[in-house]
Write a new protein. Structure first.
Length: 504
């Protein structure tokens, strides 16, 4: 009967998880195209590029390609199973991550609180349910938790020797690899306080973990990347802002932002609940779980892109903390009070899940597919014979790399660290200053302009309107997402005669 109850309760968060995994994937609008092309290059040349080879503006600029192994996996998956294979891979990675966490949580917490916080944590975890290298980071986080907790129960040291192997993979797949070192450090401190002595075996494993960070194509620079990545960052990226910036008057409330707004609210609710859970003294004894949760909350408060991390690292300490608090309340009061509190919790969580699910259906976000990117525009460029050099905005650069490289190189893509910081001052100035734009056109011999019209419309749309009213540029393609203009010259004459769009 008890096992049946566990299975029944597990179906609730599992059903919710499957629902959220069927959201339209935004990865093709973001970095996935570039990841696939880099994966292809690594496989074919058996090398990891160390310069910005996709751009004609700064082809020799040094880069640290810290995601090359994830990119290879993505490329091979798409080659063997098509792009839909990547969606299946995403589901597998997320389900394994969630399963490992759920298994550990059940060992440390009551079934009720595991179910409640599985639902809330999944809500914010799902902000990053996209085919991106960070999916591997969540898998490794859950792997670290699972192995460390199993060691704490069994004291089988071989379990911890698996951690350096995971770290070796992690450092070559995503920048969150530094979190693994922090997690092990918290565990090491907990063991030190518990046993009151230094276990040399744990120290050796910690040394192996740190050494594993060096085993990447950029060696020390790659290992230090999390501390250096913003040293050369000339572009302000919304994902790197605080989650509270989402509620600023300038924030755009689209159907995609609808879910993100709700998820940020749930994130803020979890911060409050996490703070409450810390009132249990026993919770502080679990330095590993509580410390990991505190770090995750801090990271989420710093970067909106990281509010998913508390969904992974905060789940177990939340469920554990409220299990302990419930035990204290039961001793201090009666069963009726406890049941009343639980009823209020169920009602609140039920409302949150219902609002989220309703929005997914109302805005038609659910689908086993990628959100369309620049596929049609790239097909037009290839079929019509449009050639560069291309002046493009930074976000569309990722898909242009996927669809056009090596035949065409791009002006910029969405990797601020892959260009000099000063370069982005020139990038924005080209859109605001007509004379400077004309100078850069001559400098780079720019022949076409390919822009995503929804990307930073306040700056981009006035620029495009100016070109549309110019005699030097001719629009040849527009689909509501992407606009393409060609320089009015002999080189482009055949394409312009065939595809020119009248603006009168």
């Amino acid at each position: 009967m008890q096992n049946f109850k566990k299975i029944l309760f597990a179906l609730i968060p599992l059903t919710y998880l499957f629902l959220l995994l069927f959201q339209k994937d935004l990865a093709m609008m973001g970095d996935l195209g570039r990841h696939l092309k880099l994966g292809e290059i690594v496989v074919k040349c058996l090398c990891v590029p160390q310069t910005n080879l996709f751009s004609y503006t700064h082809p020799s600029f040094p880069i640290i390609n810290h995601e090359w192994l994830a990119e290879v996996i993505f490329y091979l998956t798409s080659s063997w199973f098509g792009l839909n294979g990547l969606l299946i891979l995403k589901m597998v990675l997320v389900i394994i991550t969630a399963s490992l966490l759920y298994f550990v949580a059940l060992k440390k917490s009551s079934l009720f609180w595991v179910t409640i916080f599985a639902l809330l944590s999944t809500t914010i975890f799902s902000t990053r349910f996209h085919v991106l290298p960070e999916l591997f980071s969540y898998l490794f986080m859950s792997g670290f938790i699972f192995l460390i907790e199993r060691y704490k129960q069994s004291k089988r040291i071989y379990l911890l020797w698996l951690l350096p192997i995971l770290e070796l993979l992690w450092v070559n797949m995503h920048i969150y690899f530094i979190i693994g070192i922090g997690m092990y450090g918290l565990f090491f401190i907990e063991e030190l306080f518990r046993s009151k002595r230094l276990d040399k075996r744990l120290l050796f494993i910690g040394t192996a973990l740190i050494s594993a960070m060096l085993l990447n194509p950029s060696f020390i620079q790659g290992a230090l990347l999390p501390f250096m990545v913003f040293n050369n960052y000339g572009l302000s990226v919304e994902e790197n802002g605080s989650p509270f910036s989402l509620f600023a008057p300038t924030s755009t409330n689209t159907n995609i932002a609808y879910t993100l707004i709700l998820q940020v609210i749930v994130f803020e609710l979890l911060i409050v609940l996490f703070t409450i859970s810390l009132f249990s003294k026993k919770q502080w004894k679990d330095i590993f779980q509580t410390g990991s949760g505190l770090f995750a909350v801090g990271l989420g408060l710093k970067f909106i892109r990281s509010i998913s991390v508390p969904g992974v690292l905060g789940f177990i300490p939340l469920a554990q903390g409220f299990t302990l608090l419930e035990q204290k309340i039961r001793k201090a009061t009666n069963k009726y009070m406890v049941n009343t509190i639980k009823g209020a919790v169920i009602l609140t969580v039920g409302i949150i899940i219902a609002i989220h699910a309703k929005g997914l259906f109302y805005y038609k976000i659910l689908s086993f597919s990628f959100v369309p990117s620049s596929e049609n525009a790239v097909s037009f460029i290839v079929q019509s014979g449009v050639h560069g050099p291309i002046f493009n905005n930074y976000r569309i650069g990722n898909y242009l790399i996927f669809g056009l490289y090596p035949e065409e190189k791009i002006f910029v893509d969405a990797r601020p660290e892959a260009y000099p910081a000063s370069f982005f001052d020139d990038y924005w100035r080209m859109m605001a200053d007509e004379q400077f734009f004309n100078q850069q056109v001559k400098k780079y011999n720019i022949n076409s302009v390919v822009f995503n019209v929804d990307d930073d419309p306040v700056k981009i749309r006035p620029f495009l309107l100016r070109l549309l009213n110019s005699k030097e540029w001719v629009p040849v393609y527009a689909d509501g997402l992407v606009t393409i203009l060609l320089r009015d010259n002999e080189k482009n004459k055949p394409v312009i005669e065939k595809y020119k769009i009248s603006t009168k």
